[in-house]
Design a protein around this ligand. Structure first.
Ligand SMILES: [Zn+2]
Length: 82
């Protein structure tokens, strides 16, 4: 498994990959604890929110609105009314 190929999203939410907004890794939809030792007392998002559901959303959702209307349904109704 490689993490270099980009993030994977489920229903528009980050499922596996890196949350750039909060700078934390996400695995199976939840944040993963950072790899820093306890003595560092870091305040990473991945540490304070480990195990919580990802809040990072897919950035290109707007591109999906183009295919909302289906021309197939319209043509089906026309052929049935004849
Ligand atoms: Zn950390």
């Amino acid at each position: 498994m490689s993490r270099t190929g980009g993030n994977s999203y489920l229903y528009g939410l980050l499922w596996n990959g890196y949350d750039y907004t909060h700078q934390a890794w996400v695995e199976n939809g939840v944040y993963v604890r950072c790899g820093h030792p306890e003595s560092m007392k870091c305040s990473c998002y991945g540490k304070t929110h480990a195990g919580e559901l990802s809040l990072e959303r897919e950035r290109n959702l707007g591109k999906r609105t183009e295919r909302e209307s289906s021309p197939c349904l319209a043509s089906m109704r026309l052929s049935q009314s004849k």
